[in-house]
Design a protein around this ligand. Sequence first.
Ligand code: NAD
Ligand code: DAU
Length: 378
Amino acid sequence: MKKNILITGGAGFIGSHVVRLFVNKYSDYNIVNLDKLTYAGNLANLKDIEDKPNYTFVKADIADLDEMRRIIREHAITGIIHLAAESHVDRSIKDPFTFARTNVMGTLALLQAAKEYWESLPEKYEGKLFYHISTDEVYGALELTNPEGVESPFTTTASSTEHHLAFGTDFFLETTKYNPHSPYSASKASSDHFVRAYHDTYGMPTIVTNCSNNYGPYQFPEKLIPLFINNIRNRKALPVYGKGENVRDWLFVEDHARAIDLIFHRGKVADTYNIGGFNEWKNIDLIKVIIKTVDRLLGNPEGCSDELITYVTDRAGHDLRYAIDSRKLQKELGWEPSLQFEEGIEKTVRWYLDNQEWMDNITSGDYEKYYDDMYKNR
Ligand code: NAD
Ligand code: DAU
């Protein structure tokens, strides 16, 4: 069957990598990128594939049920990869309603529109899939029982070669109970529940995956890594929340996109897969790696940007540690990340420094004022 795939949020960070991968790899699929183009959506992320014959862009809001009905029917959609969301925790603390509207009501509208269309077809749900992209944040926070880190019991090719630490003894499994803390993670948890409910109640074929922190090109510069790279370049303060001791588990975005491709084609319906690279970093240690890499690539004297580190008020409800156990995905579907952390960070820093125009188009003008005000009012 010819596949007509709807990818939502394709103008965002991860979505643009997924769209690029699918458009280039599957010339016999029609890829429809549906995005509202919020502040986080940027069609410049997709310049290299926008003229491909198997690619269509549609500007729409996932919370608009009638629009979702129309678009899904018009493009005879057979598969959905749903990434559109409000994604930044700090914004969710200031404006939780927008997160509930898009992440909960938007996901529900998309599910309902897909249900109506697929149930109207003679073959109904056969050959269809609603694949929902979620986050490890729905599981809540893990204990930080080893604040200095101990040798991690697990490894993948994504793990750092020089720093291979675990900061606690437990990890998020697919069976870990949901326990979200921020309005962002609460809205994502709610959307995950709706997706599973559409499977259990109506028999819709669904899959949910929960991934750890992504990094790489095209990430909106309100998130830690691109924000800090840009601030170092512009000699601006690097606002470290709290003591910088929170731990995140980092995965190169193209490895997430490859996992999505694999799971979309070979994942088990109604199942959940955790995606991560066993690559835990304490924020402050990661920040030091970023500073060192940016300074080296810019030809700055070593250590000259350390003075930019500025400890600021902690994020409200700041989750202490995330760490994904992705062994199920590795064992069942043979997924392996392609890139070691040292290579990934080098590639990422180079990309932002080489694509200053992309960055300046976002951070100049109105956004610069918004950002400065947001930090003044934290
Ligand atoms: P992003 O903020 O960079 O992109 C989100 C995209 O969704 C943007 O293009 C935006 O315009 C679009 N969008 C927002 N509201 C919309 C609406 N109402 N209708 C249509 N489009 C809308 O986000 P990201 O970091 O690429 O994350 C993508 C998905 O992956 C999200 O669902 C997020 O929860 C999940 N996720 C992200 C990470 C991460 O580290 N970034 C990790 C795990 C899971
Ligand atoms: O774990 C997956 C999640 O990762 C995704 O679901 C989210 O969409 C994505 O935004 C990301 O959430 P985080 O809150 O972990 O990412 P962020 O880049 O905002 O922050 C990473 C860590 O750095 C976190 O502990 C907060 C800290 N931080 C962040 C910013 C922006 C700072 O110390 N200073 C900062 O200025």
